[in-house]
Design a protein. Structure first.
Length: 262
């Protein structure tokens, strides 16, 4: 039975704040990011009202705020909601057994991530049981250009897509080792495409290193990647040789996920 109301199905007793919050989520369905002023115009409300709505959505994980632009983009809770609605396509579910196997094989923490605008959303993590380890990042978001996961996926984009994501020349830095300009990022992404994997040596956190490969894209195929897998460890436990030794197990994991999700 339909709700009582107008013939177009509009509820008889709409709750304005709920209506506005849902309209904001629909806005994020159609575009990568939304600013406070833009949200206010779209909803026909004051900027302060839009800011309060976005702050509440951020509190519950439905949006995350991009540090560089101060705009909002879809957060892990919204990603979870969308993925749960199409469970058969949920790369997280399909990948879980494979990243568990990889973590056991290499003895380090493994992350699964998704690219959302200029951010990486960590969908899942499997921690190593070692006392000194990188912890789970599941549900967190970080600047893509500062992470191995993010760079592995950014390498699968075209130059035009990259410029659209990073219209300015300067990039946010999380540490002194972070990539700080788009030109520098483009040089690094060319190297990622050539060798087939991305690295992070203290660029997101000073004492963490990682190596990552894209799932379903990147490299010479130039297809937009679906996700990426990274092996991450404390910087005191790795040297250059360790990264090379991890490449084949990581590649096997990525191939297995690609086969599982088709």
């Amino acid at each position: 039975m339909k709700n009582r109301g107008d013939h177009d199905g509009t509820p008889s007793y709409p709750i304005e704040s709920v209506d506005n919050a849902l309209r904001l989520l629909l806005l994020l369905r159609d575009q990568d990011r939304v600013g406070v002023s833009e949200a206010g115009r779209a909803l026909g409300v004051a900027r302060s009202t839009a800011h309060r709505l976005l702050a509440m959505l951020q509190y519950h994980g439905f949006v995350v705020r991009e540090a560089s632009s101060r705009a909002y983009l879809a957060g892990p809770a919204l990603v979870d909601l969308g993925l749960s609605a199409i469970r058969q396509l949920d790369v997280r579910v399909q990948a879980r057994a494979h990243i568990e196997r990889l973590a056991s094989e290499v003895g380090e923490t493994v992350h699964l991530g998704l690219l959302r605008g200029t951010q990486v959303v960590f969908l899942d993590s499997v921690e190593t049981p070692r006392a000194l380890r990188v912890g789970s990042r599941a549900g967190e978001a970080m600047p893509a250009h500062c992470t191995a996961l993010g760079k592995a996926m950014l390498a699968g984009l075209t130059h035009e897509q990259l410029v659209e994501l990073y219209p300015g020349g300067r990039l946010e830095r999380l540490t002194e080792r972070s990539v700080s300009t788009r030109a520098q990022l483009e040089r690094e992404l060319r190297a990622v495409r050539d060798r087939g994997y991305a690295t992070n040596a203290g660029e997101s956190e000073r004492d963490i290193v990682a190596v990552a490969m894209a799932v379903g894209g990147g490299g010479e195929r130039r297809a937009a990647p679906r996700a990426a897998v990274a092996i991450s460890a404390p910087i005191t436990r790795w040297d250059a040789g360790d990264v090379t030794a991890l490449l084949e197990p990581l590649a096997r994991c990525v191939r297995a996920i690609e086969a599982s999700v088709g």
